[in-house]
Design a protein around this ligand. Structure first.
Ligand code: HEC
Ligand code: HEC
Length: 206
């Protein structure tokens, strides 16, 4: 009798593990590609710029999956603020987010042929970026799915996001700490360093 109950409990446990794995299953990149159409107007145009403040809309191709998902959830909850991204993310279901994230993170890095426009000093930036390598890698290819890739990202977007952390407008304990001691000059140079890499994040275009 007790053994029967015990067996039944193990059986239930196995089902629970199986279904929770299913619920956790990664998104479908094919479905994500179709859903990405609603993002293309801003994210699939190379060099496309946000109006105010002016900075280029981030490249998402080849970005880390867990980071993308957490960014979308933060916008949906209003923890991260940008009017059009808040609206867009709120309209997505969990499955939409998983599918789009799977599509984007599967995309390959691209050659930075047109080279991002770079105004800062990449050599000075490389020195300042030493402390960032533990999480973001030597050249900005991060060491874990939760840490965003910075390699090949637009200089203007990197400056924008670093400044936001420094000003406390975008909140993350690690990044608030990491940007506290950076000067405006440091931020520009670090951004130039990651933006000038030969190969990196891509713009998802057909
Ligand atoms: C109207 C233009 C616009 C549309 C449409 C749009 N985005 Fe964005 N997206 C932006 C801008 C601008 C930012 C940077 C906002 C900020 O400063 O946080 C951004 C940021 C992001 C980020 C954070 C990236 C990073 O590196 O921090 C993700 C992820 C993202 N968008 C995904 C999407 C997805 C998925 C869709 C479609 C479902 C979408 N966006 C639609 C303009 C747009
Ligand atoms: C301990 C790990 C860690 C270290 C060290 C670190 N970061 Fe980060 N970084 C993160 C995490 C986690 C995020 C994502 C936070 C979020 O969701 O806003 C992030 C986000 C960023 C972003 C935003 C990327 C985007 O696409 O929106 C930039 C830019 C960045 N870091 C640059 C740096 C720089 C420059 C340094 C060094 C001065 C640095 N980081 C050091 C963990 C780290």
């Amino acid at each position: 009798m007790t053994i029967k109950i015990f067996k039944f409990m193990i059986y239930c446990g196995l089902i629970l593990i199986a279904t929770s794995r299913l619920a956790f299953a990664a998104g479908n990149p094919e479905a994500g590609k179709v859903k990405f159409v609603m993002c293309a107007g801003c994210h699939a145009i190379p060099g496309y710029s946000n109006a105010f403040p002016r900075f280029q809309v981030p490249k998402l191709g080849g970005q880390q999956a867990d980071f993308l998902l957490s960014a979308l959830k933060s916008y949906a909850k209003g923890e991260r603020n940008h009017a059009s991204m808040n609206g867009t993310a709120m309209s997505l279901s969990d499955q939409d987010m998983l599918d789009i994230t799977a599509f984007l993170s599967d995309l390959a890095f691209s050659e930075n042929i047109d080279r991002n426009e770079v105004f800062g000093d990449p050599v000075a930036g490389k020195k300042k970026a030493k402390n960032c390598a533990t999480c973001h890698g030597n050249k900005g290819k991060s060491s874990s799915p939760g840490f965003p890739n910075l390699i090949g990202q637009y200089e203007t977007y990197l400056i924008h996001s670093l400044t936001q952390y420094k000003m406390g407008k975008r909140k993350n304990p690690m990044m608030t700490g990491m940007t506290a001691a950076l000067s405006e000059e440091d931020i520009k140079n670090i951004a130039a360093f990651y933006a000038s890499q030969k190969k990196g994040l891509s713009v998802p275009i057909e």
